[in-house]
Design a protein around this ligand. Structure first.
Ligand code: GLY
Length: 396
């Protein structure tokens, strides 16, 4: 068992594990607390690395961080594969964004125009060019655009690889849930617990439900399309992520709910949109339906950096729809912060302090384990004074 670690990371999802890897590789003694590593949002995630397709109106700073992290992905993936020998399913065919009907295309074109206007690489395609790239698309699809820099990775391969890399670098996995930060004894504590961060810190992280399906091509062949498809289909927004082993991930709903029930209506809507865009999917096996909880924040951006009034406690949470793509930049920036004591200017827009009451007191609920990526399931605004042992944490 590890003697008092330099750094405790609460949460062994991709963000927590990547931070642990980076810090352990720099010689820090690191403990990662999680009773079920990789069992949270990343188990459900499709793995799109989408700085362009996920660039939305009014999220300029988030888009900058997405772009910066996506640019780190090639080297991050190569390093992880070199260190572990694990194929993490990183693929660079790019993403086709398509509209099924004239109305869908009109909606999509507004967003593409915005994305182009802020300098993102979006290439509009005529229907014939679209079909040249992806012949399996339905003839009804009215038009689309290409985002060459939007790639994909397989989160179910990524998380075990990150765990392996972190452990090889010397990090220790502690298979217990953290119910209070006062239970953690370390020089620095990094809260990377997804939705569980709310109960630990009082930060305004809330669960945002996503329902999603996995299909499989019959006979183990690869899907008949190779790009990630982001579709607008009769008003539904859907994404289709093909994997070489025949899997296709179809997602996802976005619901302000905290349950993980899978509803027939959601499955119906996702399947209808998917099959309308790619008719061959009707012949695929439906192998998994599931729901996960994204750690959402009031401004849809992650919460990264020191908690005000909580010396030695850092947040790396609230990644909402972007946990996988933001893993490399989050790990680098948090590891630099721990190592140097100085925050990179890139962190400034994402500081916990932008939420005035954040971290200044301890939340009321300690009943839900929060060393996991499971949802807190509690109100995010109940708080009370922090314990003496938490006062003892010092910032480097
Ligand atoms: N990143 C896609 C989603 O959250 O559904």
């Amino acid at each position: 068992m590890l003697s008092r670690p330099d750094v405790a990371v609460v949460g062994a999802g991709p963000v927590g594990l990547a931070i642990a890897w980076r810090l352990a590789a720099r010689g820090f003694r690191v403990a990662v607390h999680d009773p079920a590593p990789g069992s949270g949002a990343s188990h459900v995630a499709a793995g799109m690395l989408a700085p362009v397709a996920e660039a939305y109106f009014g999220e300029h700073e988030l888009t900058g961080l997405l772009t910066a992290s996506a640019a780190r992905w090639p080297a991050f993936a190569a390093e992880l594969t070199t260190v572990t020998g694990v194929d993490i399913g990183y693929r660079t065919e790019g993403t086709l964004m398509v509209g099924l009907t004239a109305d869908d295309l009109a909606e999509a074109r507004r967003l593409w125009a915005y994305q182009q206007g802020i300098g993102l690489p979006v290439t509009p395609l005529r229907p014939s060019a679209l079909r040249d790239r992806e012949p399996a698309l339905a003839p009804r699809v009215r038009g689309g655009a290409f985002a060459a820099t939007d790639h994909q990775v397989d989160p179910r391969r990524l998380v075990p690889a990150l765990r392996e890399a972190a452990e090889r670098a010397g990090a220790t996995l502690v298979p217990t849930a953290v119910r209070s930060l006062s239970d953690v004894d370390a020089g620095v504590t990094v809260v990377a617990a997804g939705c569980g961060a709310a109960a630990l810190t009082g930060l305004p992280v809330r669960p945002v439900k996503g329902q999603l399906l996995r299909l499989r091509a019959p006979d183990g062949v690869a899907p008949g399309f190779r790009h990630v498809i982001r579709g607008y289909a009769d008003g539904e927004h859907v994404y289709l992520v093909p994997r070489p082993d025949g899997e296709v991930v179809v997602g996802a709903t976005v619901e302000e709910r905290a349950d993980t029930r899978v509803g027939a209506g959601a499955v119906l809507r996702l399947l209808r949109a998917a099959v309308d865009l790619l008719p061959e999917l009707a012949e695929y096996d439906l192998v998994e339906t599931l729901a996960g909880l994204r750690p959402g924040t009031p401004d849809n951006a992650p919460i990264l950096g020191p908690l005000p009034g909580r010396p030695g406690v850092l947040a790396a949470t609230g990644h909402h729809r972007h946990g996988i793509v933001l893993t490399p930049v989050t790990a680098d920036l948090i590891a630099d912060l721990v190592s140097t004591g100085t925050a990179d200017p890139m962190l400034a827009p994402f500081a916990p302090a932008r939420f005035p009451a954040a971290g200044t007191t301890e939340p009321a609920s300690r009943t839900k384990p929060a060393g996991t990526t499971e949802p807190a399931g509690t109100a995010v605004d109940g708080r009370r004074g922090r314990s003496a042992s938490e006062e003892e944490h010092t910032w480097n």
